[in-house]
Design a protein around this ligand. Structure first.
Ligand code: SIN
Length: 289
C-alpha cells in the first residue's frame, strides 16, 4: 500500500514565534515561524532609543520585518538601515538591480521591458561573499496595480529544526562553495561556508545553502553532494516554514540573510513593480553550527 508522507507530523509544526509585547512599537507575527509586521512607527523620523532597541529585538526574533505606509526618502532608508550596521555595496558584476545616484542605494525596477527579475528562486543575498550581507532592506513605492509581486520568506531555523537527528549529525561539519559567477557572471566572489550555521545573536542553528549560489558540498563527491543539496533546497522551500508578503505601495521588507531565505514572484508582467534596496554588511563569516 502506498503511504503518503504529505501531512506527516514534523517537529517544525510547533510554532516558534508568537506575539511579544513591546512598549514603543506593535509587532504582529505573519506566520507561526517567520515574519512580523511592525506598526506604531514612523521611519521618516528619528526613532527613540526604546524603539530602536525593540525593532532590533523583533528583527532577531522574527527574521524578517514588514513595515507599511512609510514614504521614505533615500536618507530615511539609509538612516534606518544604518541602525543595524554599516551599509555595504552589492558584490555582483552583472546584476538585474541597478545602482542609483546614491552609492548605497540600488534600484529594483521591473516593467514591460524586463527580461528577468532579481531573486526568483530561494536564496539568501550574495552568499558568495566571504562575509555575506547581514540583512537587506527593500522599499517598494510602486506595486503592480492588479496584484502579484509578492515576496516569499522561509525560516532556515525551522527547516533545520525539522530535520532528523541523523541528518543534522550528517550535515554538521560539512562546508559548501558559494560561487557568485553562477548569478552575477565572472568577476564576482566565491566563498566556502558551513552548511549548518549558528546565528550570532539568536544562538539558533539554520541551513545555509541555496540553489542560486551554492555550487557544491566540499567534502562529498559531486553526485552525492548534488543529491543532498537538492533535498535541502526542496526542504527549505516547503510551505510549512514560509510566509508570504503582499506588498502595498510604500511598504518595506527587512530580512536577515543569516537565517532567512527569500524569493520574489514574477507574476505581474507587464505591470510595474519598483523600489530601492540597501544592504547591511555582515560583521563576520557565517559561524559553523
Ligand atoms: C531579490 O531577492 O533580489 C529581490 C526580492 C524582491 O524583489 O522581492
Amino acid at each position: 500500500m502506498f503511504t503518503s508522507t504529505v501531512g506527516a507530523p514534523i517537529s517544525a509544526r510547533t510554532p516558534d514565534q508568537g506575539a511579544h509585547a513591546y512598549s514603543s512599537i506593535v509587532v504582529t507575527p505573519a506566520s507561526p515561524h517567520i515574519g512580523a509586521e511592525v506598526t506604531g512607527i514612523d521611519l521618516t523620523r528619528e526613532l527613540s532609543p526604546q524603539q530602536v532597541a525593540e525593532v532590533k529585538d523583533a528583527f532577531v526574533r522574527h527574521q524578517v520585518l514588514f513595515f507599511r505606509e512609510q514614504r521614505i526618502s533615500f536618507e530615511d532608508h539609509i538612516r534606518f538601515a544604518s541602525l543595524f550596521g554599516t551599509l555595504g555595496r552589492h558584490v555582483g558584476a552583472q546584476t538585474i538591480s541597478k545602482p542609483t545616484d546614491h552609492p548605497l542605494v540600488r534600484r529594483f525596477h521591473y516593467d514591460e521591458t524586463s527580461q528577468r527579475i532579481s531573486g526568483e528562486s530561494w536564496h539568501s543575498d550574495q552568499s558568495c561573499a566571504p562575509v555575506p550581507p547581514l540583512g537587506s532592506m527593500l522599499y517598494n513605492h510602486i506595486v503592480p496595480p492588479d496584484g502579484g509581486g509578492d515576496t516569499m520568506f522561509a525560516s532556515t531555523y525551522a527547516a533545520y529544526d525539522a530535520l532528523s537527528e541523523r541528518m543534522k549529525a550528517f550535515l554538521s561539519g560539512l562546508t559548501a562553495t558559494h560561487d557568485g559567477a553562477r548569478v552575477f557572471g565572472p568577476g564576482t566572489p566565491k566563498a566556502s561556508h558551513p552548511v549548518i550555521v549558528h546565528h550570532p545573536e539568536s544562538g539558533r542553528r539554520g541551513i545555509f545553502v541555496n540553489a542560486d549560489f551554492t555550487s557544491h558540498i566540499n567534502e562529498l563527491p559531486r553526485k552525492e553532494g548534488d543529491a543532498v543539496l537538492d533535498f535541502l533546497y526542496r526542504h527549505i522551500g516547503r510551505d510549512e516554514w514560509s510566509c508570504r508578503f503582499r506588498w502595498r505601495a510604500h511598504s518595506i521588507a527587512f530580512w536577515d540573510n543569516r537565517c532567512a531565505q527569500h524569493k520574489a514572484l514574477w507574476d505581474y508582467w507587464p505591470n510595474v513593480r519598483s523600489g530601492y534596496r540597501v544592504q547591511i554588511e555582515g560583521t563576520a563569516p557565517p559561524l559553523a553550527g
